[in-house]
Ligand binder design. Sequence first.
Ligand code: PEP
Ligand code: MG
Length: 583
Amino acid sequence: MAREKIFKGIAVSKGIAQGTVFIYATRKVEVFQTPILSIYLKDETERFDRAIGKTEQDLLNIQQRINQEIGGNFAAFLDAQIMMLKDKELVQLVKDTIIQEKKNAEFIYHKVVSDYAAKLGESQDQYFQERVADIWDVATRVLRNLLGLTHSSIVDVSSGSIVVAHDISPSEAALINPKTVLGIATEGGGRTSHTAITARALEIPAVLGIEGLMEKIENGETVILDGDRGMLIKNPSSGRVHSYKIAIKKDRELEKALSPYCEMPSRTKDDRHIDVSANIEFFSEYIHARKYGAEGIGLFRTEFMYLTRRGNPTEDEQFRVYNALAQRMKPYPVIIRTYDLGGDKIFSEYREANPFLGWRAIRVSLDEQEFFKIQLRAILRASVNKNIKIMYPMISTFEEIKRTHLIFDKTKKELKAKKIPYDEDIQVGIMVETPSAALLGPHLAQQVDFFSIGSNDLTQYTLAVDRGNEKISQLFDHFHPAVLQLIHSIIDTGHGAHIWVGLCGELAADPLAIPLLIGLGVDELSMNPASIPRAKMVIRTITIPECEKIAQEALCFRTALEVKKYLRRAIHQNFPGIEKVIK
Ligand code: PEP
Ligand code: MG
């Protein structure tokens, strides 16, 4: 019996799956060099043009299929690929070089693309490095068309597979069928890569960034993929299989037991309504939001629109997404957060020693006002639907909100002058996710219509613990008393100023935290869509006076561990039934 081996990586999409390894290696295209006689050079450039045309048609066909199967603008990145494919300069350079060097199209094209990709790959920037995958994705298609080869495709994966790859190209990632692919494990990729985003949208587990995986694993091997803990277990021992089987069975039973809650209102036992809404990164995820019973979108992370394509989405492209989202979520509200670029979602050539403390979120928007105004115009135009709210990320000073208002007002005036309609009563809020914003709460609350607590960043900045750093992850704890004190104060300050206060970090989905947060008075909880039924179940089991008592007590402890121990005990005593959904 082969020995069990555990590989650790980055958990980017939740869930557990046991399956058979399917090694997905995009078949490398062999390119040979052939001299071309001068009289045939024109034919050769025309052959190249035809391959570009055929590739464009292939990409359009894939896009159409994705649009039919998944909907929305999930396939928008293929527009970017088509743009790369038809890049005038690149196409002309290839044709000129064919003529100058008198060599075959595939050889020249491969050479030109290699040079281009190498330049991008040299960049220290994760965004540009990830775009290299896009370029090779397109180029391989062109080369295969030039050579008259068929494409290897992830569509052919047999059912029950865990796909293991060095990396999965964006267009292949979009073709993954969740009925056959149980999970994904790759060597490359990060939290913002296409593969991560696709896995979350398809709701299959994924663990990325496992170093050297391809050399240590073979086709057909049995593995367990744990998307909750970021582990791939090869040749799992019978004990391990057994315990995961129980965990998977429990997860399924729980999911089934919780599914009726999708349809139920999120009211406490004593009839207080708590808004439960969804966090999404893509337009197409509104389908999950509705399926799981979200009463709105509490956080649309718009920076993903930027990260999944080459360059900034235009005002019209953004407008179409915001408008469609507003319409499909009616009558519920949609909170559009302006770009939270920077931090781990690095996007510029400019590298920083401490990106989370650097040029991030509203700081970028305020420095790049024209870029920011494009987004504001698109949001305002879509606000005619009357259910859009706007939210600014990572406010840390009073001046920031004042400056943001000035730009927003100016943008509104410009639209008015052009007679472009928008919602005059659009609500404007901020994410409270820095300790300084929490402490400045009374002043900031005078400036906005709502607060949404970003507990992920609030924890990171309060505890001085990088939220993405594996080494210190044991220090990252939302239940740290300092974090809870700040949450308490933000909610009180908001209510004192008569504005509503939501919470949209991971904490909102934690059943151990929900009674505490409601006891502290939170008005809205926004979470990943799949967690909604469980949150509703918790809400429907609790009563406000008990939650208030629990919250008061919970604020008195000295450590996160003491808080959690107390919460488990209090929940067990006051709200039997909830324990079974606490992990
Ligand atoms: C947060 O910081 O809690 C939050 C919701 O925003 P993000 O995770 O996108 O930084
Ligand atoms: Mg944040």
